[in-house]
Design a binder for this molecule. Structure first.
Ligand SMILES: *Cc1c(COP(=O)(O)O)cnc(C)c1O
Length: 441
């Protein structure tokens, strides 16, 4: 973009000025509607989510057989919801901001198999693909016991097929580990920002890792090209996949049950705020869709991005979605939050979800590191930098309860509010790497 085009963009969407200046900023969504009004634009329904849930249920016995860590949850890959009162106090003191209501952490950081939110969508899409292939070949029927997939015959069958994906790290881990376990020939195309240990882990699982000196967008583009050349190769498209999105969306109904167990109400008088770190958008978008479907209009979803990679805020605020990248406005897309290092958002997710999201904010890498250290000190939990992006959200909503004039929460509603920070990753980070993160706090 030339400077005149950028000027026009800023005139149309003033928040873009903050983005260009790499300022921490918050943008509340003027296009927010009710679920009823916004749902038709998503193009997916409750029946689609139910189908995904049922598929995961069919695979549960298989997952228990091949990943013993899933036995405790009967083969369902799900995380805990925990209260973090010490962290809440520490946030209030550090930011000098009272946070009304109660603070919770959704520990996707500790999801079985791959230790990040990608254990939802990534694994689901591989299972979807495997089931399709096995059904088409008449090797499987829907009411079979899927533990039969854990056999030399099935691994031999799947080895005729390839799976490929482009990733900043965690998606590659989930898809690589799951695909290799089933027997697929799997290749992960990794962007420059991917951590070395993630590449090493994948190679140890028998996954082919191809490294790029460029960012996520290039890794995806090259991966897609390579996959097209191979026959029997399926490319998992993080930018556009409805399947991946639905794998994430199953979280909504499960969280609703957890909220009931904790006796947390969600209604007009008890708003629920959920803060989701956003990279390309599939993870937070799918989870937000599931949450809206399960809990309705009184769940308020807010996305968080690094100041150096605010692709979804940029796409939604300008209405240009995947037709603009952060590089177009002179931002480098270089961040320590490797799971969020994405320069161009998913056009599908932005267009589908833009009416159902309350807002978007950005934060510095250093803020994420500080929050990482604070969570470790107060709650003895270790998360990766990306996973802390949501932690600033409760501070911001408390600071702008009227959403800068767009909405209005009364003090009484906020007193009864619950804030869930989606802790998206970190469970598999090696100890030495974690020490380096903590040292930066
Ligand atoms: C991938 C990822 C996200 C965001 O998911 P997207 O689908 O890329 O938006 C957030 N946190 C972590 C740790 C991730 O790995």
């Amino acid at each position: 973009m030339d400077s005149k085009q950028i000027q026009d963009l800023v005139a149309h969407s003033p928040v873009v000025k903050d983005l260009i200046e790499l300022k921490e900023t918050i943008w509340f969504n003027p296009a927010l509607t009710t679920l009823e009004q916004g749902l038709p634009y998503v193009g997916l329904t409750q029946a689609d989510i139910d189908e995904a849930r049922d598929r995961l249920q069919r695979f549960a016995p298989y997952l228990m057989a091949v990943f013993p860590e899933t036995v405790a949850s009967n083969g369902i890959i799900e995380s805990e919801l925990i209260a973090i009162p010490a962290m809440q106090q520490s946030l209030e003191a550090y930011f000098n901001q009272n946070i009304a209501g109660k603070l919770w952490l959704k520990k996707d950081s500790h999801l079985p198999v791959s230790g990040s939110i990608k254990a939802r969508g990534g694994i689901y899409e591989v299972l979807y693909r495997a089931e399709q292939l096995a059904l088409q070949a008449n090797l499987l029927s829907l009411d079979d016991d899927y533990t039969k997939l854990d056999s030399p015959e099935f691994r031999q069958f799947f080895s005729q097929y390839s799976i490929a994906v482009g990733s900043t790290g965690n998606l590659g881990l989930s898809i690589g580990i799951m695909s290799a376990k089933l027997g697929f020939d799997v290749t992960v195309h990794m962007s420059a920002d991917a951590r070395q240990w993630k590449k090493d882990t994948l190679r140890a699982h028998g996954v082919t890792v191809i490294e790029y000196a460029q960012d996520y967008g290039i890794a995806v583009q090259q991966g897609r090209k390579a996959a097209l050349k191979k026959c029997n190769c399926f490319f998992i498209d993080d930018e556009n996949s409805r399947t991946l999105f639905l794998g994430y969306a199953v979280a909504g109904e499960r969280l609703r049950k957890q909220l009931e167990q904790h006796q947390i109400k969600v209604d007009q008088q008890h708003p629920l705020f959920v803060y989701l770190p956003c990279g390309v958008g599939g993870g937070p978008g799918g989870v937000a869709f599931g949450l809206k479907m399960a809990l309705g209009d009184h769940v308020h979803c807010i996305f968080a991005e690094p100041t150096h990679s605010p692709c979804m805020l940029l796409g939604v605020a300008t209405g240009l979605h995947d037709e603009i990248s952060v590089q177009d406005i002179g931002i480098d897309n270089i961040t320590a939050a490797d799971g969020l290092a994405v320069g161009r958002a998913s056009g599908f997710v932005g267009r589908a979800m833009q009416r159902l999201l309350d807002g978007f904010y950005t934060l510095d890498d250093q803020t994420m590191y500080s929050l990482l250290g604070m969570l470790n000190q107060t709650e003895h939990l270790k998360l990766e930098p990306s996973a802390l992006a949501g932690m600033l959200g409760p501070v911001l909503v408390s600071k702008y309860p009227d959403y800068k004039g767009l909405h209005q929460f009364t003090p009484q509603q906020l007193q009864h509010a619950n804030h869930i920070v989606w802790g998206t990753g970190g469970g598999m980070v090696p100890a030495a790497e974690m020490q380096q993160y903590l040292a930066k706090a």
